[in-house]
Design a binder for this molecule. Sequence first.
Ligand SMILES: *Cc1c(COP(=O)(O)O)cnc(C)c1O
Length: 538
Amino acid sequence: MQEYFFVACALRDIVGRFRRRSGYLADLSEAVSIQLNDTHPALAVAELMRIFVDEEGMPWKAAWSTTQRTFAYTNHTLMPEALEKWPRPLVASVLPRHVELIEQINDQFLKEVTRRWPGDVDRMRRMSIVEESWPQQLRMAHLAMVGSHSINGVAQLHTDLVKHQLVPDFHEMWPERFSNKTNGITPRRWLLLANPDLAALITSRIGSGWITDLEQIRALEPFADDPEFRSAFRAIKRSNKERLARLVHDLTGLGLDPLALFDVQVKRIHEYKRQLLAAMHVIHEYLELIEEGKPPDTPHVYLFAGKAPPDYLMAKLIIKLINGVAHAVNSDPAVNGLLRVVFLPDYRVSQAERIIPAADLSEQISTAGKEASGTSNMKFALNGALTIGTLDGANVEIREAVGAENIYIFGLRVEEVTQLRKSGAYDPWAYYHRSENVRRVVDAIVSDRFCPGEPGIFRPIWQRLMEHGDEYFHLADFESYEATHARASLDFVDPEAWARRAILNVARVGRFSSDRAIREYAREIWKISPVLDRPGNL
Ligand SMILES: *Cc1c(COP(=O)(O)O)cnc(C)c1O
């Protein structure tokens, strides 16, 4: 009902406005593009058909042609639980006419499939908008694709996976409908507003053109080798870290050393994003320090923040583990302030604006193939943090942009993950027995040392890690993650060299502006040009 409410209001508004201006509804697509932002508004395809056919008395064929030319669909995730499927009886109880229309759309669509692939019943079953389960389910992503002239993913790797793994049948049928539109972030919020000192420093050297044309920030590249600029850049990072330390102190009572490496993972809590892998690394570093007397190469602050949906038990448990580790580490006198672990509650945009400008290292460590794009990866790089990450989502394009020597890449590639999943060869116990470090961390999680008052509470995490069915291959990437972290810590000991690479990140991520992304949607999908580019407009 909520999804229909929004869709119905938006379409009523769009159609009413169009009619007051121009009149002839079959021409709607000449003036209007509707971008379906994920599957949530997919009902709009049926609702527009209802307006055309039932209210306006338009012939089906004309109505369908205008509908398809009006809609475009953006896929935002490959995670199966996020691709909406609604039970047909549930939808029919709220929107009986829409179910009829969806079935009519589906009949026409399946006729097209049969014309192209006669007798291929399996393909029809796979492509149908109606899944033949009990009860039947309506596949909203299929409705969105069938009702649209354009289908796009949000990073190059993600678009390739949409085409070849998620919906290969649709790509085979309509290759021309698919394209990539890599996500972007707005430089106004994520640099000018969130990091005013860095913004002013940049403007003092290259002018303010970057604010509305982020590619211009490339002019900063030569300043990476300018000691005076580097010193100003480092002073700003330092002051942003002090500002964040004050916020952390106000919210948690904990003091942070602004000279420490600020290592940050902030994003929604989800198993595929692998906050658990980052927590395992923290546990490893802690145990190395207190059990082997090996201090880290540099004092280290680990900062986490992020929300989980209230019914996602494993995500809530991971938050609890991070808090348990934070308590153990921060209250252990043997740590002597060399490690600090913080979980900041109530992560949100206003908090991100404080945290991101203060980061030295940006954690982007999802299992390869799972993160569609990511955008915090872009925000961090633009604010002069180096990335430690997997070759997933837009990380791949960030590496191309900043250069492999200015980013820390580790772990399995998509093809390796796919292969490991297909072969069924992933055996967490093999990693457990092979590596003393893995063993020590996994044993510590299940030992209750991070939950002394609630014995056994982390057992479900241990089970998830040690089951063959760990979809996210934590143990497979652990050692590569450790080795890469060790390199980063060692590099951080040379602040000038670190600052040089951080500045090169800032200078080279201009392509990740949302202005570029929106321009691509405008030109290639909506077929519109900026008003200011038209003759006669200044
Ligand atoms: C940018 C942003 C996100 C997206 O973060 P990812 O790491 O790309 O998942 C989530 N929440 C907030 C508050 C953000 O600012």
